[in-house]
Design a binder for this molecule. Sequence first.
Ligand SMILES: *Cc1c(COP(=O)(O)O)cnc(C)c1O
Length: 358
Amino acid sequence: MKDTINITQVKESRIGSVDFDNIPFGKILSDHMFIADFKDGEWQDLRIVPVENLSLNPANMALHYGQSIFEGMKASINSEGVPLLFRPEMHAKRMNASASRMCMPTIPEEMFIRAVTEIVKLEKNWIPTKVGSALYIRPFMFAMDEFIGVAPSATFRFIILTLPVGPYYNKPVKLLADERFVRAAKGGVGEAKTAGNYAASMLPMKMARENGYDQILWLDARYRKFLQEVGTMNIFFVIDGKVVTPLTDGAILKGITRDSIITLLGDMGYEVDIRPITIDELIDAYDAGMLQEVFGSGTAAVISNVSTIKYKDKVIELDESNFVLSQMIKEKINLLRNGTIEDPYGWVVPIEESVSVS
Ligand SMILES: *Cc1c(COP(=O)(O)O)cnc(C)c1O
């Protein structure tokens, strides 16, 4: 069958060489990867193979014109040794939203989830067990046509990598709201997880780093006032006991962690205001002593507290030891993800029984 996943296993696993107490983020790939090719209008040749270098024609269109998208999700393992995925269907849907915007073929949700399930099953031993750690899953798709000219490719490759990642004890981040730079405008590709968005952020981020900041707090393209998001994180503010997060308006990535946080906070009885918010409103709240917490949300870190926001000559300083909601939400999501607390939402999807390898 065309959509059967053929599995070729490594002769010898590399897992013995990995120090699971000290995993550098994003550098250690597991033994295998999933690959599928889009040709003649359909996905075919679904396979899991040992991780190895790709061979690409120098005229590969993804390299020149950037038809390239990705996802980032996580698998955990519960105390019974059952791997757990977190909201995989949301990642499948967002992958397809990105694909549609970038004029790339969608992936049947069933195929996406089956592919993720099979690779995670096979790499079960690579899922770290420490609280807060996980197997990071990186599905991505890119153009495969060989052509020097701007046009949509007709062939594509879909790959899934998996990487063990340690608990992310990140220190609070310092943000620079720099009105010279823009990440995304309405009508553009800001809602797509497409490679070029991150390429475009590198120079502003490097300049922010040189001035002692970790990331840019992006302002909207038109007014350079409305707060958007940070790096690969959405942003939340706690003002006078109320949680505020920017409305996704076409220029902000629709984070799945953001969505989970909005749901969890709402169910815990907190008011969450999803609306446009300006840097001026934030500064006014700070000056009035009402800005209590600022934190970013994303799959990689779950929550990153923000200690500093600089805008023009104004510096907002916050002490994360006073943050209550961010800590509570981070714990709750981590406990949900690893199956320690019951999941009333159907977000946590167990991968039952072990893999049968051909
Ligand atoms: C991936 C990403 C996020 C966070 O999304 P999650 O689904 O929560 O991981 C936020 N902003 C940008 C720009 C991103 O790429």
